[in-house]
Write a protein that binds this ligand. Structure first.
Ligand SMILES: CCCCCCCC(=O)SCCNC(=O)CCNC(=O)[C@H](O)C(C)(C)COP(=O)(O)OP(=O)(O)OC[C@H]1O[C@@H](n2cnc3c(N)ncnc32)[C@H](O)[C@@H]1OP(=O)(O)O
Length: 251
């Protein structure tokens, strides 16, 4: 049986081990361009104590509730209702919270999502950008395109920074997700070591944003990835990222 050894990855080691199982090919080959590694070749995170939820195991009722709560958050952020109504709604929301609070899921619970082209991707189920059970996630759903991933998302005022514009930190978050996902599906999963964002033009709210990440080149464990966001056909932000695939050796 393969007994993976991991070196110098102490942060979130259990999660990291689950995400980056032993490889059946050499992922560190010099001068390689892209080394696609099917998720099926990676160990099941369950072997490391992390639950994996298949995307179709998420009840429709939970998906609907997540969307409803997202709408509630938007309504709360923008409400100008009178104090009596606010107090009434507050009480109702607290009662509902008590009713559904079954305790936090295990930290690191993963969800396996299948992209339109059949590519499987593992991510945390509450990922702040893409997590399907996280009402605070837009969510950004990425699909495989040549060399990486792409998706479209529209953000409301709860992502506002300057008037009418997306907060710069959230722009970086969208790009981080795109470059991380691109690196993961094109090579093997890793962590962001460096993310440089250029804010070229204002990124508008209430406008479909096309978010793209594409692998440029790889060098041993280093994966250089470009990302960009387009609104109305215009690039609003660009990123250059360095992803580091988690080191691993079989022993
Ligand atoms: C579907 C899921 C999508 C998820 C998308 C979201 C992605 C994220 O948000 S990840 C979270 C944010 N990032 C983090 O928390 C990472 C924190 N940093 C770390 O854990 C470590 O620094 C880590 C893992 C990146 C690298 O550490 P380690 O594995 O020890 O790498 P190390 O052996 O030092 O370096 C490997 C190579 O990378 C280079 N390198 C490492 N860090 C950097 C850096 N910041 N800048 C430039 N080069 C670097 C090294 O020089 C070395 O290069 P070479 O192979 O040429 O010698």
């Amino acid at each position: 049986m393969v007994s993976p050894k991991y070196h110098r990855v102490e942060f979130g080691s259990t999660l990291v081990r689950a995400l980056h199982g032993p490889t059946t090919t050499d992922p560190y080959e010099e001068h390689m361009t892209v080394n696609t590694q099917p998720v099926a070749d990676r160990p099941d995170p369950r072997a490391f104590g992390l639950p994996v939820v298949e995307q179709d195991q998420i009840p429709d009722e939970l998906r609907s509730l997540v969307a409803g709560v997202r709408s509630l958050v938007e309504a709360v952020a923008d409400t100008e209702a009178d104090p009596a109504t606010l107090a009434e709604v507050d009480e109702t929301v607290r009662a509902l919270t008590d009713r559904i609070a079954t305790g936090p899921r295990q930290v690191g619970t993963m969800v396996r999502r299948t992209m339109a082209d059949g590519t499987d991707e593992l991510g945390t189920i509450t990922n702040i950008v893409a997590g399907p059970t996280n009402p605070a996630a837009p969510p950004l759903e990425l699909e495989r395109v040549e060399g990486g991933v792409q998706g479209t998302v529209t953000l409301s005022t709860t992502y506002q920074g300057p008037p009418g514009l997306v907060h710069g930190g959230w722009i970086a978050a969208l790009l981080d997700q795109a470059v991380g996902s691109a690196s993961g599906v094109e090579t093997s999963p890793g962590l962001t070591a460096k993310l440089e964002v250029n804010y070229r033009n204002p990124t508008p709210l209430f406008t479909p944003l096309e978010v793209t990440g594409k692998v440029v080149r790889t060098e041993r464990r280093k994966v250089y990835v470009s990302g960009w966001i387009r609104a109305n056909g215009q690039v609003t932000a660009e990123a250059e990222a360095l992803m580091i695939r988690v080191p691993m050796e079989e022993g």
